[in-house]
Design a binder for this molecule. Structure first.
Ligand code: HEM
Length: 493
């Protein structure tokens, strides 16, 4: 669909597969019936590091090359830091782009992101909220034992999702919720994520008005459900803050002091472009994005990490020995301060992120004005899709890229000095890079490190013979194991 003749921003688009009239490449993709990233992997071989796909009325420019990605996200980061127009379905949930991830690059985004950075992931707040992780980890370890006792195995993904979700919900609302309520919130928010994945009418609204209307109706019904489950928590926290922390003000167990929950900061935030401040709807949107952004990503990493630990007992033993070295045999529990001293654990997490980045694409970016990249035009209204998985699969950047070797990230290894935030150059970018880099990457890795260290310290993990580990992957918002990992655990003495 690219054109190299004519004038205007569309006359010099990157090359790409020829499409059909009106629908472009849309049906060529749909008819393949496989995740979009596999289509992109094949097209990259044919069209190179930057190419165009015309998906109905949307133009997608796909970027796969490490140097071009660095140029777009870091060297000329401000130019490519916006987000594209949202579909009507997504607008229902983002409330007209009033969320960090979807806001256009500008004053609203800056205010929301700055508040989040200070109030949720700032080092003082992370320290203050250490008890949340302690509480959630105690529940987690208890649940692992229970499940192993009842079923003979542990299902890693669902257990880890629940624990991380409970941590982030508590960071948002300051409340210790029951397992049942956490599970309900988790399930509604998962539906929200699925609902907001791109669908046919998002690409061809003109040709599919009836389907689009049905989709919008379903989105509004789900939004109502989301408000019904999270609205009461916002109200309860508001009452708690207004009563200056009176425990009688709420039926929830408000365990965080006033000022320590994300909602508390949002109640008094006056971001530009929202003259009436932020109401209950906005708070539900902003907390939902944080819960969704932080849960699946971290749980996915832990599941892949445990796959490698059950498959390679030597790696697991090495990790265990390091943990014991740092904290001693019996003095109990891995603390957050211990994690920094665990060099092998950190290398192991980096190798897991390199080999299994939870998302193969960043969130869609957009140029703030028509721009030129790699010699081609990137129109302002196109989606710039950054395919990051290729960067860590490229044998020119990573020798033997399929092999799982944490040693790559130890002194002398080819990854030892790699900057995983992509700032000094792109060799891996599990969190993105530049202006839009994940603002919670350090909190996310804290969750992952803490859970792995606690789980390996307490148990030896081995494959479950009834369902041998299968590394086949599938797309479920993140790239997860198609057959969720089941493992047998033996308490270590
Ligand atoms: C360790 C697991 C995590 C991974 C791998 C991860 C990865 C990412 C990626 C790839 C992006 C998109 C960057 C871009 O579009 O350029 C992102 C954005 C974001 N993430 Fe994370 N993330 C993780 C954990 C978290 C956690 C724990 C939270 C919240 C508590 C969070 C909140 C966000 C938000 C709000 C954004 C949007 C940033 C913006 O648009 O300015 N993430 N993350």
């Amino acid at each position: 669909m690219s054109s190299t003749t004519g004038k205007g921003p569309r006359s010099n688009l990157p090359p790409g597969p020829p499409g059909w009239p009106i629908v472009g490449n849309l049906f060529q993709v749909i008819l393949q019936r496989r995740p979009f990233m596999y289509v992109v992997q094949d097209l990259r071989k044919e069209y190179g590091p930057i190419f165009t796909m015309q998906m109905g009325q949307r133009t997608l420019i796909i970027l796969t090359d490490a140097n071009l990605i660095h140029e777009a996200l870091v060297q000329r980061g401000a130019l490519f830091a916006s987000r594209p127009a949202e579909s009507p379905t997504r607008l229902v949930f983002s409330l007209g782009k009033c969320a960090i991830n979807s806001a256009e690059y500008g004053p609203l985004w800056r205010a929301l992101r700055k508040n989040f950075a200070a109030e949720v992931v700032g080092s003082a707040r992370v320290k203050q909220c250490g008890w949340v992780r302690k509480w959630a980890m105690e529940n987690h370890m208890g649940r692992l034992k229970e499940e192993a006792h009842e079923k003979g195995y542990v299902e890693v993904m669902s257990q880890c999702r629940l624990t991380i979700c409970s941590i982030i919900i508590c960071l948002c609302f300051g409340a210790k919720l029951s397992e049942e309520l956490i599970k309900n919130i988790e399930s509604v928010l998962k539906d929200v994520m699925l609902m907001t994945l791109p669908k046919l009418p998002d690409f061809l609204p003109v040709l599919t008005p009836l389907v689009a209307r049905g989709q919008l109706r379903r989105a509004k019904a789900l939004r109502k459900k989301q408000m019904e489950i999270l609205g009461p928590l916002v109200q309860a926290r508001k009452g708690f803050v207004e009563s200056r922390g009176s425990p009688k003000s709420s039926s929830f167990d408000m365990a965080s002091p006033v000022g320590a929950a994300y909602v508390d900061s949002l109640l008094s935030l006056d971001p530009p472009g929202r003259p009436d401040g932020l109401g209950e709807e906005e708070l539900v949107t902003l907390c939902s994005e944080v819960i969704n952004a932080g849960t699946d990503t971290s749980a996915t990493i832990i599941e892949w990490a445990l796959l490698h630990l059950v498959l390679d007992q030597k790696v697991q033993q090495k990790l265990y020995e390091e943990i014991v070295d740092v904290i001693g045999h019996n003095n109990g529990v891995v603390s957050e301060d211990d994690l920094e001293k665990m060099v092998y654990l950190n290398a192991f997490i980096k190798e897991t992120l390199r080999r299994h980045p939870p998302s193969h694409f960043l969130l869609s970016h957009a140029a703030r004005e028509d721009a030129v990249l790699g010699g081609y035009t990137i129109p302002k209204d196109a989606n710039l899709e950054i395919y990051t998985a290729w960067v860590t699969q490229d044998p020119a950047l990573w020798p033997d890229p399929e092999a799982f070797r944490p040693e790559r990230f130890l002194p002398g290894g080819e990854g030892y000095e790699v900057d995983w935030t992509g700032n000094r150059g792109v060799r891996m970018l599990p969190f993105g890079a530049g202006r839009r880099i994940c603002p919670a990457w350090s909190l996310g890795t804290l969750h992952v490190g803490l859970m792995l260290a606690r789980m390996v310290h307490a148990f030896r993990w081995v494959p479950y013979p009834g369902s041998p580990p299968d590394p086949t992957e599938t797309f479920a918002f993140t790239m997860v194991m198609k057959n969720p990992l089941k493992a047998v655990i033996f308490p270590r003495c």
